[in-house]
Design a protein around this ligand. Structure first.
Ligand SMILES: NC(=O)c1ccc[n+]([C@@H]2O[C@H](COP(=O)([O-])OP(=O)(O)OC[C@H]3O[C@@H](n4cnc5c(N)ncnc54)[C@H](O)[C@@H]3O)[C@@H](O)[C@H]2O)c1
Ligand SMILES: [Zn+2]
Ligand SMILES: [Zn+2]
Length: 354
């Protein structure tokens, strides 16, 4: 193959089938596109859901990945905010900025955009990616920015803030539980602390992730492997439950825990991507004045979060546990998917240095 026109990319071939392959480099299709050379990318829990077959919109042949930092290689004629050579953060959300949903700030529901990267168009786990609507989907980074910290802003930090802390309406003094201490649960842990809750209880099956949660500000941690997590939260809260519970796993068992531990008047903020139905226990909750929210991250908070990561107010880099070259991305997937055994949180994949 001619390396001038081809690149390495991680391709999805159906449930549990991944391959690093050579394929044509992307080119500008629309005048609002940019082509970005990826210098840093990473893997999301959502990619693991895709691999399980939970996200049917992802078809055979798709380049995965919706997180990345890189350098602009080419811009279309109507890209105004960026030039070749700029270092940029890629948002997972593509938005036209003009449709009725974009005007409401619901960028994830943009009528011609939304979560496209690594879903319905080729994504960032490659040497190059095409970014539609580059003016709204990219953010300028200073050349000296820490790329590993910055790439936490492509997906997990806006998700933790918007789908977790904001949807959950966390207030000063609240009791909060977060079910799932993966990168997204930990990002929610960082985000809820901006609203000064009195206590934050983290629940997971993995003691290493729970130890990381404690170091990042959890006041209590519970390993739920023995099936008593809900009972333990109730005991910790004098049988009242918590004001806010954030679901950051995406399975029926963890959604059930959320319903068991929510206090009257509380908020259940679902963040997890669910591939199968869950039970909603209205026979118990109908009188409990609870609010249940679902949300696909809009990433409207990205510029604000970028400022907080750059000033050190949010310790994004602490989520990084492993580093791989793009050549070894299959190993990176294995490491991330076996997070407990490998003591992995966020695995960084470096593009080839040029
Ligand atoms: N709503 C959105 O816009 C959005 C955006 C990004 C990610 N997500 C979703 O957020 C979720 C978390 O993402 P992640 O990257 O942290 O994933 P991850 O797979 O790394 O983490 C999931 C965590 O859940 C824990 N877990 C699994 N079963 C459990 C159980 N029974 N009890 C307690 N803990 C359990 C695992 O040990 C792991 O630490 C995923 O479902 C992902 O798809 C949603
Ligand atoms: Zn993600
Ligand atoms: Zn739009």
């Amino acid at each position: 193959m001619n390396r001038e026109i081809t690149m390495k990319a991680l391709i999805y071939h159906g449930p549990n089938l991944l391959a690093l392959e050579e394929k044509p480099k992307p080119t500008i299709i629309d005048a609002t596109d940019a082509i970005v050379r990826i210098t840093t990318t990473t893997i999301c829990g959502t990619d693991l859901h895709i691999l399980k077959g939970d996200v049917p919109s992802v078809s055979d042949g798709r380049v995965l990945g919706h997180e990345g930092v890189g350098v602009i290689e080419a811009v279309g004629k109507r890209v105004e905010n960026f030039s070749v050579g700029d270092k940029v953060l890629i948002s997972l959300i593509t938005s036209c900025g003009r449709c009725s949903y974009c005007k409401k700030g619901m960028y994830s529901h943009c009528r011609i955009g939304g979560w496209l990267l690594g879903n319905s168009i080729d994504g960032t786990q490659a040497e190059y990616v095409r970014i539609p609507f580059a003016d709204t989907g990219l953010f300028l980074l200073s050349p000296e920015v820490d790329e590993e910290a910055a790439v936490m802003l492509s997906c997990i930090l806006p998700t933790g803030l918007e789908c977790g802390a904001l949807s959950g309406q966390v207030k000063p003094g609240d009791s909060v539980a977060i079910v799932g201490a993966g990168p997204v649960g930990l990002a929610a842990l960082l985000a809820v602390q901006l609203y000064s809750p009195a206590r934050i209880i983290m629940i997971d099956l993995d003691d290493h992730r729970l130890a990381v949660a404690r170091s990042l500000g959890a006041t209590e941690v519970i390993n739920s492997s023995d099936g008593t997590a809900a009972k333990q939260v109730m005991a910790l809260t004098h049988e009242t439950g918590v004001d806010v519970v954030i679901e950051a796993v995406g399975i029926a068992a963890t959604f059930a825990i959320c319903q068991e531990i929510i206090a009257p008047g509380g908020h259940i903020a679902n963040v997890g991507v669910h591939g199968t139905p869950v039970e909603l226990h209205l026979e118990k909750l109908w009188a409990a004045n609870i609010t249940l929210t679902t949300r696909l991250v809009d990433a409207g908070s990205t510029p604000m979060l970028l400022g907080m990561v750059q000033s050190g107010r949010i310790a994004a880099k602490k989520l990084v546990s492993h580093r791989f070259a793009l050549q070894d991305i299959i190993k990176a997937y294995d490491t991330f998917a076996n997070g407990a055994k490998e003591q992995a949180i966020k695995v960084i994949i470096k593009g080839d240095v040029q």
